[in-house]
Design a binder for this molecule. Structure first.
Ligand code: PLP
Length: 395
């Protein structure tokens, strides 16, 4: 049965039983004092995951896209200029949202497979002598291409050009799976969601907002009601919500944070790196190429893989789902038909990953890919064996 298989799409991710159980709670009155005890630990725990002591955590019942909208509407006014590099589908969609909100978007076009170009940001910011650019928007982990960008380098470019713009970062597909250091990197707004590293269902946009970004909400003129930081923060400060909260998801978040902290964030990140490296070894053994151009850009949550010349990646994802009931990510935008994606984030073990690689190999063999069946699985197995950490202490 296909619903027994893990998914290997880069979010939403597999929901562990422990989190499904945590969300099986009866409705509670969100205006009762008990609600404070539900929400407050979640806001506190999220600070640790974002790597912020100074930032405020603000959540909305929305997906990550709602988080983007909240970030821009609470800090910017119509006609404000923002600087964004386009290097994949999600940086593209954020640009589109800014344009639809009447912002003046200065776009740095980059090849898909590359990352945020700190040097070109620096050039653009240095040229902006009157500081008309109000915000720089960066996608930390471009889920369409499997590229992780260097956020500290972007902040470095902003410092080098002595530019006061806000730094907004999309960490929807990285937070909770790869290190994120909001305060150290000087991020003003970081946007994420519940359905990837937090291993939950979709429905909670989670933002971390710096004091500098919060100060801008009083003068920002883009319209917002549902997403108004002031309403949410005001209600949260009194232990409430400005409208009906997604109670079950808040319970889920509390338990997700427990799981992440029990494993230890560093161990969570190391697990993702290790599983991802096994996938990369498999891809190399198949003789296929990653979309990410260089190893420093490799994402530990998703790998986008080019199919060989003359093959259509959509046929592969259709075959693996249609025949074996397993989901992998399709190629998005420019990558449609050219690349497929392997999601390797959230609740995942190396054994689960091996089942995914083995199943992909069957589908590739069915479609006559020039790939030796078993070669990728063996490469990943060898890497996982060589780096295994026993789950039980050996006698
Ligand atoms: N940003 C990135 C990097 C994503 O991967 C996604 C979704 O996959 C989004 C934004 C949009 O988030 P959502 O689908 O939760 O609205």
């Amino acid at each position: 049965m296909s619903d027994q298989n893990p998914v290997f799409i880069p979010g939403p991710t597999n929901i562990p039983d422990r989190l499904r159980r945590a969300m099986q709670v009866q409705t509670q009155d969100h205006r009762s004092p008990a609600f404070v005890n539900t929400l407050a630990p979640v806001l506190k725990g999220c600070k640790t995951v974002f790597g912020t002591a100074k930032g405020e955590i603000i959540t909305f019942p929305a997906s990550g896209t709602g988080g983007w909208e909240a970030a821009i509407t609470n800090t910017l006014s119509p006609g404000d200029k923002v600087l964004v590099a386009r290097y994949g589908m999600f940086s593209h969609r954020w640009i589109d949202m800014c344009q639809r909100h009447g912002l003046d978007v200065q776009i740095i076009e980059c090849p898909w497979g590359s990352g945020a170009p700190a040097d070109r940001f620096q050039e653009a910011l240095s040229a902006d002598k009157d500081h008309s650019i109000k915000a720089v928007l960066v996608t930390h982990n471009e889920t369409a291409t499997g590229v992780r960008s260097d956020i500290a380098a972007v902040r470095g470019a902003m410092k080098a050009s002595n530019h006061p713009a806000l730094l907004m970062v999309d960490c929807v597909s990285s937070l909770g799976s790869m290190p994120f250091e909001m305060d150290t990197w000087g991020v003003d707004i970081a946007v994420s969601g519940s359905q990837k590293g937090f291993m939950l269902n979709t429905g909670m946009a989670i933002l971390a907002v710096s004091p500098k970004a919060l100060a801008m909400m009083e003068t920002a003129k883009l319209p917002r009601t549902f997403f108004d930081f002031r309403d949410m923060m005001g209600a949260n400060a009194k232990g409430g919500f400005p409208y009906t909260p997604p109670l079950q998801l808040i319970y889920g978040m509390a338990e997700s944070l427990n799981m992440l902290f029990e494993e230890g964030l560093d161990n969570v990140y190391a697990r993702h790196t290790r599983i991802a490296e096994g996938v990369r070894r498999a891809v190399a053994a198949w003789g296929l190429k990653l979309v990410a151009q260089t190893p420093d850009l490799y994402s530990d949550t998703v790998s986008a893989v080019f199919v060989p010349e003359g093959f259509d990646s959509n046929r592969l994802t259709e075959r693996v789902f249609g025949t074996y009931g397993m989901s992998f990510g399709v190629g998005l935008g420019e990558m449609n038909g050219r690349a497929f994606r392997i999601g390797h984030l959230g609740s995942l073990t190396e054994s689960m990953m091996l089942s995914g690689l083995a199943t992909l190999e069957m589908a590739m063999a069915d479609l006559n890919y020039p790939v030796k069946m078993g070669s990728g699985v063996i490469a990943a197995q060898e890497y996982y064996r060589a780096t295994a950490k026993p789950v039980l202490a050996e006698k």
